[in-house]
Design a binder for this molecule. Structure first.
Ligand SMILES: Nc1ncnc2c1ncn2[C@@H]1O[C@H](COP(=O)(O)O)[C@@H](O)[C@H]1OP(=O)(O)O
Ligand SMILES: [Mg+2]
Ligand SMILES: [Mg+2]
Ligand SMILES: [Mg+2]
Length: 390
């Protein structure tokens, strides 16, 4: 039986498979920062990281507000049939606005999921008004940027500033304003995922996960899940930190250190349409994983993995699906800086320098360095068995 992680309730019947504590080391941040000073390359991203955290936190505030009062009329249908909400657009507007305001002297390029096409049509006018109102209300509630309300045209332009193609040159922000829209609409897990590419490499990432418990989701103590709202942040060479979205100090986190697949639990998509659950199960069986899969929406999986709530993430989209860079850039650096490894199914690191898409043959696998060789072998065997059964 699979575990489904929803925001309010975690099925505790199968809890014996989980670890009892999140893998968090509560060290004062400044001492860690001093230690990291030798990593010269990372010094230059401190102000970008601060801006990214601010942007993703403010966007989370807007999303939380919308999720609470989610109305059927907030849902539109796009040509790809994925639901797009006022919150997707509003989050993209806020992130774009805050980054530009916080980093006024830097050139700005943003690769983001949403565009304003539907909102520029007659039938999008009511939605546009609602987005403009909620964006201005959120900016007002923050107090830092409330001198002029944004107009509807400002909102459309902010959304369209996310049209960059990215690539291997220069700096590009990469944004999924709501990752896991289906989870968001169910009231479950979702994330605001923001990363920075520099010369094609992910150099920082922030994951804002408003519904993720601050304590390990592996904990069997049901009260441990009462407090929710996590902000993960990572900068190349500096490690990964987690703090609560309400502003508590960050603590450094690490992936699970387990070498034993029998102790490992694995994460996969909540939505069967997003990943082949049968293939994940066969890989887990070959590897010797005993625990049932833990199914969570969005890049919250990468966040939970970075603090050791589980040890493996398996993602095998259905044939023909093309992965986008905004669905993995922030999650990838959050896990790698916490000591994990993120590769395609052949063990090749993900390449974020090719534009808006990741060119992947099969899937994405994530685990710690010790388990990766055995996981790769299990993946290879499962894929071979699948191919020979066709
Ligand atoms: N058919 C699909 N296969 C795989 N992933 C998908 C598919 N449709 C949407 N997604 C994207 O998968 C991610 C969430 O997947 P999961 O929760 O399974 O990890 C989201 O980025 C979601 O987009 P979106 O950002 O619009 O929610
Ligand atoms: Mg979408
Ligand atoms: Mg997404
Ligand atoms: Mg999205």
């Amino acid at each position: 039986m699979a575990m489904m992680l929803s925001s309010g309730s975690i099925n505790l019947l199968t809890r014996s498979v989980f670890y009892s504590k999140p893998n968090i080391e509560a060290k004062p941040v400044f001492s860690l920062l001093l230690k990291g000073r030798t990593v010269a390359s990372s010094m230059s991203y401190a102000k970008e990281l601060a801006a990214a955290k601010k942007a993703a936190s403010l966007a989370a505030r807007l999303c939380q507000k919308v999720q609470k009062g989610l109305l059927q009329s907030d849902v539109q249908s796009k040509s790809d049939k994925s639901p797009v909400t006022v919150a997707d657009y509003g989050s993209q507007v806020l992130v774009s606005f805050v980054l530009k305001r916080e980093l006024p002297f830097e050139s700005f390029s943003l690769v983001a999921e949403e565009d304003s096409g539907d909102l520029r049509k007659q039938e999008g006018q009511e939605t546009l008004q609602r987005i403009t109102k909620i964006v201005n209300d959120t900016l007002d509630s923050d107090g830092a940027y409330n001198e002029f309300p944004l107009s509807e045209e400002d909102v459309l332009n902010a959304i369209d500033s996310g049209k960059s193609e990215g690539g291997s040159r220069g700096r590009h922000w990469v944004l999924d304003p709501i990752d896991g829209t289906k989870g968001f609409m169910r009231g479950d897990q979702y994330a605001i995922a923001l990363a920075l590419l520099d010369q094609g490499k992910v150099v920082l990432g922030v994951l804002s996960c408003p519904n993720l418990p601050l304590a390990s989701i592996a904990s069997s103590d049901r009260h441990a899940h009462d407090k929710v709202g996590c902000l993960f942040s990572a900068q190349v060479g500096w490690g990964t930190y987690m703090q609560s979205l309400d502003g508590a100090p960050p603590v450094k986190v690490h992936v699970s250190a387990t070498e034993n697949p029998e102790e490992a639990s694995f994460f996969e998509s909540y939505e069967a349409a997003h990943s082949l659950h049968d293939l994940s199960s066969s890989i887990a069986d070959i590897l010797g994983v005993k625990a049932p899969p833990v199914r969570i929406d969005s890049q919250a999986k990468y966040g939970a993995l970075s603090r050791g709530d589980g040890a493996i993430y398996l993602r095998f989209p259905h044939k023909g699906y093309r992965e986008k860079i905004w669905d993995h850039a922030a999650g990838c650096i959050v896990v790698t800086e916490a000591g994990g490894v993120v590769t395609d199914a052949a063990g090749i690191p993900l390449d974020f320098s090719k534009g808006r898409y990741l060119d992947l043959a099969t899937g994405i696998i994530v685990t710690n360095k010790k388990l990766m060789p055995a996981l790769l072998k299990a993946v290879r065997e499962s894929l071979e068995a699948k191919a020979s059964a066709l």
